[in-house]
Design a protein around this ligand. Structure first.
Ligand SMILES: *Cc1c(COP(=O)(O)O)cnc(C)c1O
Length: 372
């Protein structure tokens, strides 16, 4: 079966993990610190504005907790969004409101956002669907005019750019995922960006038990009892360790190669599928860059096509299953465009390990479905 997603891990990552194990320090330590430094460099931000986190979902939970929302407040998400983001919003006790999305990009727009924001809206958590940046200038205008905190769930756009700035660093907060299905994979892991470095300071404490010392090995200057600590505020425990960070460092060094390969597969799909009776993903704007996380098509015979491809050894899926109809979120927003998308959209296999032969097999199977 050809997978939709697949990590690219091999001997380099195995060697890096072996090195960490041999070092006898597998918890959070030098590798995690170095990983944070390299990520800050790559995203062109200060180390003071980022911290690693155990996963993107935990990052979203932590950020929303900082906002101290009440039951009259509202958090807006795209209807097509990851379940973890909606859970994080719902867990605050605030009302979860879903915004409809653009019919081609599957991103929220100024227009769909303006339809659902109210005086009670305190936060918006958007995604850049499949890696394609949302119209951030327009969306940021809506949010800043109303004092709404804007959060980028950057899990599917980890290396995208909008007007030459890295997505994830465009808003008040950004969160990355390095889980097993993502472009840069550590097993599990993530990154949080905050525009205000005070927020990162607060998060660093709450991500590690609320303790105001760094780790068991950290030097505590001038203390004879170095095991003492204080807990100024309660915290949870959502940190990365040196095993996952060591994998991340190797992956980060290969990331441009990964992105190039993804772009090649993406462009080949567009070239080969453009004359079929299908809808294709949007063109990437001149000033932007995609991470090419997903390749999606729209077909009126979507379910039949998915079954046909599966029969041919090709796994496909639809991300992200719409949330506005899931009862636990208690939302009553109508999202007609999302309804249509969820009946027609299909994500084709896109990962670094797809071979030319495999892509040929996928394309020709689609052609045969349409009798071409
Ligand atoms: C994968 C994903 C997440 C969750 O990431 P984890 O690190 O697994 O918590 C969140 N949002 C989006 C858009 C994702 O694709």
């Amino acid at each position: 079966m050809i997978n939709v997603f697949q990590p690219s891990l091999g001997q380099d990552e195995i060697d890096a993990v072996a090195e960490v194990i041999s070092s006898n320090w597998i918890g959070r330590g030098p590798k995690t610190k170095l990983f944070e430094e390299k990520l800050a460099q790559r995203f062109e931000v200060s180390i003071k504005n980022i911290t690693t986190v155990s996963c993107c979902t935990n990052g979203l939970f932590e950020i929303l907790r900082l906002l101290d929302l009440s039951s009259t407040d509202e958090v807006v998400l795209p209807s097509i969004s990851f379940v973890g983001a909606a859970n994080a919003a719902k867990a605050t006790g605030a009302k979860v409101v879903f915004a409809d999305v653009d019919k081609v990009s599957l991103n929220i727009t100024r227009e769909t956002l303006e339809k659902v924001v109210s005086l009670n809206t305190k936060a918006v958590i958007l995604i850049h669907y499949g890696g394609v940046p949302a119209e951030m200038d327009e969306i940021a205008k809506v949010c800043s005019a109303r004092g709404i905190t804007l959060i980028e769930d950057n899990a599917c756009s980890p290396f995208s750019q909008y007007k030459e700035t890295n997505t994830g660093t465009l808003a008040d907060f950004g969160v990355w995922s390095f889980d097993s299905m993502k472009i840069l994979c550590c097993g599990d892991g993530g990154l949080i960006y905050a525009k205000d470095s005070n927020h990162i300071e607060a998060l660093r404490a709450s991500l590690y038990l609320g303790i105001n010392s760094q780790s068991g090995m950290a030097e505590v200057e001038g203390k004879t009892r170095w095991w003492e600590f204080d807990v100024p505020t309660l915290g949870d425990r959502h940190i990365m360790n040196d095993i996952s960070s060591a994998i991340g460092l190797v992956q980060l060094a290969k990331i441009d190669q990964f992105l190039q390969k993804r772009k090649k597969i993406h462009d080949e799909y567009t070239l080969r599928l453009k004359d079929l009776p299908l809808g294709l993903p949007p063109q990437i704007e001149q000033h932007s860059k995609s991470s090419y996380y997903l390749y999606w098509i729209f077909s009126d015979q979507r379910d039949e096509l998915a079954a046909w491809l599966k029969e041919d050894g090709i796994y496909t899926t639809f991300r992200y299953y719409p949330l506005h109809d899931i009862s636990i979120y208690g939302s009553h927003t109508e999202c007609p465009i999302t309804e249509k998308i969820s009946d027609t959209c299909l994500c084709l296999p896109l990962h670094q390990s797809i071979t030319t032969e495999e892509q040929e097999h996928i394309v020709s199977s689609i052609e045969r479905f349409y009798n071409v």
